[in-house]
Design a protein around this ligand. Structure first.
Ligand SMILES: [Zn+2]
Length: 267
């Protein structure tokens, strides 16, 4: 009897151990305070979209990645602002990174320049390019990159939020749309020029749910079931805007805030 109990105990420990080590397929909008970081994980392949404003990204990644997996296959820098890129400096020190993708907008920022100089192989990407995972592609919808050989390209309208990489993909039987910090002028362009598809399930809302993003026309068109605002507790920008949350409420779109829920995992 004693032997049987001990064998059963060992089997339980083994099952727990194996399930702990097995990577989970998931998308997590990570709670990195006032900034953005999104982890897309299919098996042992990871794509990290932005790294947040500081080293808190490391704690969040450790919650979702298997302990033995020290490699992140792709990092995507949506744009050049510190609340999206500073944490990437910590990630590249702690993990082996496969490839870093970015849209090469001309912008002066010490951390951005440090990344470009430290990683000369960073891949310049724009609309039409994809990131291949095991069973699906992540599509880059915006900006349109004119590869004319120059070091950097002029901002679309002078506001680098509007030069954010916009990504969509289908994974876990859901359609995801990640807007970076895109604001309403580009939301209109995406609609007017037919650059975006209809009816998503999950929206990582543009620009931390500020009032300059998530226009009613745009949200009606992409009609997500769930919008996630990546925001810090009591941040100095006043994000999310009550106006934007009002738009979601009016259109019957459920929304979640990382400042209230912590990291939001979709599986
Ligand atoms: Zn931002």
């Amino acid at each position: 009897m004693k032997n049987l109990i001990s064998t059963l105990m060992w089997i339980c420990i083994l099952i727990l151990y194996i399930s702990f080590l097995t990577p989970k397929d998931l998308v997590a909008i990570l709670d990195v305070g006032q900034g953005d970081a999104i982890l897309i994980q299919e098996g042992d392949i990871q794509v990290l979209v932005d790294g947040g404003p500081d080293s808190s990204i490391l704690y969040e990644l450790a919650k979702f990645m298997p302990v033995y997996d020290r490699r992140i296959e792709y990092i995507v820098i949506t744009h050049t602002h510190d609340d999206h890129i500073v944490g990437i400096l910590d990630v590249v020190n702690r993990y082996e990174v496969g490839e870093i993708l970015y849209y090469p907008v001309c912008f002066e920022n010490a951390n951005y320049e440090f990344l470009i100089q430290s990683f000369p192989d960073m891949r310049k990407v724009g609309r039409g390019e994809t990131i291949r995972l095991k069973t699906f592609n992540i599509n880059i919808l915006w900006p349109i990159l004119n590869k004319e050989g120059r070091e950097c390209v002029k901002s679309f309208n002078g506001n680098v939020n509007d030069d954010s990489l916009v990504l969509d993909f289908e994974f876990l039987n859901k359609k995801f749309l990640l807007m970076g910090d895109i604001e309403s002028p580009v939301e209109s362009t995406l609609l007017k020029e037919g650059l975006i598809s209809k009816e998503y399930d999950i929206l990582k809302a543009g620009h931390h749910c500020s009032k300059t993003s998530s226009s009613e026309t745009f949200i009606k068109y992409v009609s997500p079931s769930l919008a996630v605002c990546s925001v810090g507790v009591e941040n100095s920008f006043g994000h999310p805007s009550g106006e934007t949350l009002g738009t979601y409420l009016r259109l019957g779109v459920q929304y979640l805030l990382t400042s209230q829920k912590g990291s939001i995992q979709i599986k």
